[in-house]
Every structure is written in structure tokens, then in C-alpha cells.
Design a protein around this ligand. Structure first.
Ligand code: GLU
Length: 307
């Protein structure tokens, strides 16, 4: 398959959606992003990354970071993580607080905000917030093979200042005894992990191990055990796109994770990864042109976990 032609063709397919959707505005620093940006990157087993459009430009990865933080938490605490957070789709918006009361402070899954905050608490464990942030940043740099990956301090600060809802979620969870560390420390990890900036190219490369049972196919690093990589993919398929996770699984048929920065990471098991970025979001918070591009890509390639 000519992967360069594939990404070029898919970019043309979705040109009509460029600029559609709403850029996330509840985090002021994200509002400033040009809604007409559109990037696509496909990473293959040999580490080659095929790019089209704005695929080299760093964007705020936001909730896509939750996938990698989950990996670190499972490495730290293993299956005891599931005493603190569930594994079911929420069917609710990413920042919803309603289920938390009925379910006694145990978030539905690690890929919604409340669950990701619990995950941060488990990565922090008995260390400091700064150590946990260094750990995720080092992980992303190593996996991307690029030491320039960084946190956008402006976005992190903006998230902190506008973080009333995330603060509410975190204090609510803590009131049920489900956070071990001081709430503001845990939140400071969460805000900074969401503010990591990466390009489609860097992110596609970084996630490659998830397509190969936890092993980086280029460096041969055993990044995580195969059962863990498979389970992270399962959670992405069922819970990766807020309350449109079912729709995404139906349309795209691959594990994925959306972020409100307009990025979507998708894993094609045994083949590689696809990352798209376009800041205009649908009403559930998933990139509108990005999801359309992934739909065109699976139409053209036949990629699916259901073959
Ligand atoms: N930092 C964002 C928030 O907490 C992440 C949301 C997302 O990308 O889904 O609201």
C-alpha cells in the first residue's frame, strides 16, 4: 500500500470539512488555535511516518494523554487501580459529575476526566506531583524518539485558571476517600499532562507500541506487557470518545482516543497508528474533520479490528 498517497488522498477527501465544528473555548488558551488546521499522520511498523497537511505542527494533546497516563498507573499499581476507577463506558460527557454521586466517587473509566484524575493520583503514588509530570513527559519523549516534546505552559496555566469543573470532580472524588494525595497536587499533574504539545507525527510514533502488543517495533523496547496493551486498546474502543464512543466504534472500528484540542489517536493492531488533528469539534468533543478523515481512511484501507 502506498501510504503517502493514502494520507494525501484522505486529506483531499476531507478538505470540505476544514474549519467545521467548534474549537474548544472553555480553556481560553485553546480558543486561539486556527480552526482551519488539518493534519494526518500514519506510522508503520518500521517506524516510517507518512504525513499530510499540518501533521508536523504541535497541538495540545489534551485527553489523548490519558491513554499513556493509564499505562503508567497500571505499571505502578497493577490491577489495584480498578478498585479506584471502573472500566465501563460512561455514556456521559467527559466532564460530567452526575454519575459520581450515585457511584460513590468511583469514576466509570480512566478516560473521562474524573477517572483520569484518579489515574494521576495512582501515578503520583507516594512521590511528588512534579515527579509524576516528569515521568509522563519522559515517557512521551522516549516513545516519540524526540526530546523536544514539551508541556505548553500557557495551556497548563489556562486549564488551571478555568478548571472549576475539574476541581469539582477532584474534590468530589476525594470526599469519598478515593484520592490519596492532596487534591491540588493531583490536579496539577492532570492539567500539565493535558497541556503536552505534540504533532501528529510525534504522537503516531509514540503510540506505535500499542499496535504491537506493547513492544516498540523499531527500538524493540518492551514498553508494556501484551495483556496490558490489549486492555488499553479495549478501553479506547469502548470509552475513548466520551459519549460518542459507540458512534466512533461503529464508524471507524478501531481503538482510539479523542482530545478537545482536536487530536484523535487511532491504533491499527498489527499494522501501526493513525493520528489526525483538526481543532473544530462535534458536540461531544471529538474532532469533526478528524473523525471524517479516519472514516475515509478505513473505507480506503479496510482497517478494522473486526475483520
Ligand atoms: N483538559 C481537558 C479537560 O480537562 C481535557 C478534556 C478532553 O480532552 O477531553 O477538560
Amino acid at each position: 500500500m502506498d501510504l503517502q498517497k493514502l494520507v494525501d488522498d484522505v486529506l483531499k477527501d476531507v478538505e470540505v470539512y476544514r474549519g467545521h465544528g467548534e474549537v474548544a473555548s472553555y480553556i481560553p488558551a485553546l480558543k486561539a488555535v486556527d480552526p482551519r488546521k488539518l493534519g494526518i499522520a500514519v506510522a508503520a511498523e518500521d517506524g516510517s511516518v507518512y504525513c499530510a497537511g499540518d501533521a508536523e505542527e504541535p497541538f495540545s494533546i489534551q485527553s489523548i494523554s490519558k491513554v499513556f497516563m493509564l499505562n503508567l498507573a497500571l505499571d505502578h499499581v497493577g490491577a489495584t487501580l480498578w478498585n479506584h476507577v471502573g472500566r465501563e463506558p460512561s455514556g456521559s460527557p467527559f466532564n460530567s459529575i452526575v454519575q459520581l454521586e450515585a457511584e460513590k466517587g468511583k469514576p466509570r473509566n480512566p478516560l473521562i476526566n474524573a477517572g483520569a484524575i484518579v489515574v494521576c493520583d495512582n501515578v503520583m503514588n507516594h512521590g511528588t506531583a512534579d515527579e509524576a509530570v516528569s515521568e509522563i513527559l519522559d515517557f512521551m519523549r522516549e516513545r516519540a524518539g524526540d526530546a523536544s516534546v514539551a508541556i505548553d505552559a500557557n495551556v497548563a496555566q489556562s486549564e488551571n485558571q478555568a478548571g472549576f469543573l475539574n476541581r469539582s470532580l477532584a474534590y468530589f472524588v476525594s470526599a469519598f476517600g478515593n484520592l490519596r494525595n492532596p487534591v491540588e497536587d493531583v490536579l496539577s499533574i492532570y492539567f500539565r499532562q493535558c497541556a503536552i504539545a505534540m504533532s501528529c507525527r510525534q504522537l503516531a510514533r509514540a503510540a506505535l507500541y500499542l499496535a504491537f502488543d506493547g513492544n516498540d517495533p523499531v527500538t524493540r523496547d518492551a514498553v508494556t506487557i501484551s495483556s496490558r496493551a490489549r486492555r488499553i486498546n479495549a478501553l479506547m474502543l469502548t470509552c475513548g470518545h466520551y459519549d460518542n464512543s459507540g458512534d466512533f466504534a461503529y464508524r471507524i472500528g478501531l481503538p482510539g482516543k479523542s482530545g478537545v484540542g482536536g487530536g484523535i489517536l487511532t491504533v491499527v493492531p498489527g499494522f501501526g497508528t493513525v493520528v489526525v488533528w483538526s481543532p473544530g469539534l462535534n458536540s461531544a468533543g471529538t474532532s469533526l474533520a478528524g473523525a471524517a478523515a479516519l472514516e475515509k481512511m478505513v473505507e480506503r484501507t479496510g482497517w478494522s479490528v473486526f475483520v
